[in-house]
Ligand binder design. Structure first.
Ligand code: AHG
Ligand code: MN
Ligand code: MN
Length: 360
């Protein structure tokens, strides 16, 4: 696309503010700082082995008890440095920081909270598969804004429906930033020569139907019955109750899976399971499930725990994990229905099969 026909991220944000005068656009500068962090991470990731950035950070374990990779630590640092100085933030929280981060006294404090997973899909870094960053912007509680006090974990415990903006950067064959400020979902591709994000995917919509699902099948013995039922029916394909064949994908990089689903539909499940009673799900509510949930809903898709919309969940702790299902609306709704319904009594009895006189 010729340069004079392109829209930069900056231009897009300014024009959005003009089109939606009621929408507060005063976090535009914050979004641009986040975008700068993502560009810096993209560059580090792209250098790979040549940058000396691969592998584990010696002796470093995060609050989740997971080994940190060098790039987890570098990406976290880039996020913090790019966003702490601008005066927009009251505080930050990250997968890679046990406690909330307070804006140092040398900088002014603002009215927003930034929550992020600086590098999602870390297990893929050393094998050169797509990874990403995910972020969410919340408004700080009024007393934080008024007093400028330090933030606490409790200030971040807001349901996802209160997010003002959310997005992710995908470090794949090309680097993309996908963003919602509550007016649909828009994708930008990084021009690596100019170092600028350009609008390449305006108004992304998730198809309501799909024949593609993503789940880590090695956990199948720990799944709850509704999930087992759903996957079994997909696997049964044309000969089963769904009457059509499904394809399966698992990248083990949620950002990359979310992007695939935004581009061509699909459903992603990392459901609550019985693997480890101390971990109700694998993904983290505040900086993985909520931003992806906001993006999916803004693109006409759906995101759920299986039992309730993800954006309605009241968080109880900063690094809380949760079961997550998202993607094409009709599939997510079906999975929610399976959670409400009792399991079919007998799979082989046609009276109780999925499509009979007794079910619609
Ligand atoms: P992170 O690298 O930030 O810890 O998150 C990884 C997440 C997510 O990206 C992916 O969907 C999932 O973990 C992969 O889980 P498995 O290792 O069970 O495949
Ligand atoms: Mn992650
Ligand atoms: Mn991460």
């Amino acid at each position: 696309m010729p340069l004079d026909q392109r829209t930069t991220l900056t231009q897009f944000l300014i024009e959005q503010r003009r089109r939606f005068p009621s929408a507060s656009g005063d976090f535009n500068a914050l979004i641009l700082d986040v975008a700068l962090a993502c560009k810096a991470i993209a560059r580090s990731v792209a250098f790979g082995a040549l940058g000396g950035v691969l592998g584990a950070q010696a002796g470093s374990i995060n609050v989740q008890g997971e080994e940190q990779k060098k790039l987890d630590v570098i990406s976290n640092e880039l996020f913090v440095r790019a966003n702490e100085w601008g005066g927009h933030l009251a505080g930050m929280a990250s997968e890679e920081m046990d406690e909330p981060y307070n804006i140092p006294g040398v900088y002014p404090r603002g009215k927003y909270l930034l929550v992020f997973d600086p590098l999602d899909g870390s297990s893929n870094i050393d094998v050169n598969v797509s990874v990403g960053s995910i972020f969410s912007v919340l408004r700080a509680p009024q007393d934080v804004i008024d007093s400028g006090r330090d933030v606490t974990a409790a200030d971040f415990l807001q349901p996802g429906c209160q997010q003002l903006a959310a997005g992710y950067a995908l470090y794949g064959p090309s680097t993309m930033l996908v963003l919602t400020v509550g007016t649909g979902v828009h994708g930008f591709t990084l021009d690596p020569n100019l170092g600028e994000f350009f609008l390449s995917h305006p108004d992304i919509r998730v198809p309501a139907d799909t024949q593609e699902f993503a789940i880590n099948a090695s956990n199948s013995r720990f799944w709850e019955p509704p999930v087992k039922r759903y996957v079994d029916e997909c696997l049964a394909g044309k000969t089963g109750p769904r009457g059509k064949d499904f394809n399966m994908r698992w990248i083990a990089s949620m950002v990359a899976e979310a992007h695939r689903i935004l581009m061509r539909g699909g459903v992603f499940l990392y459901p609550r399971d019985t693997k480890d009673p101390s971990k109700p799900g694998r993904l983290r509510l505040l900086y993985e499930a909520n931003p992806v949930g906001f993006i999916m809903e803004q693109a006409g898709g759906r995101a759920s725990t299986g039992r309730e919309p993800i954006l309605q969940v009241q968080p109880t702790s900063l690094h809380q994990r949760i079961g997550l299902v998202f993607g094409s609306k009709n599939e997510v709704e079906r999975i929610e229905r399976y959670h409400r319904e009792p399991a079919p009594l007998k799979d082989d009895n046609p009276l109780f099969a999925e499509r009979t006189l007794f079910r619609d």
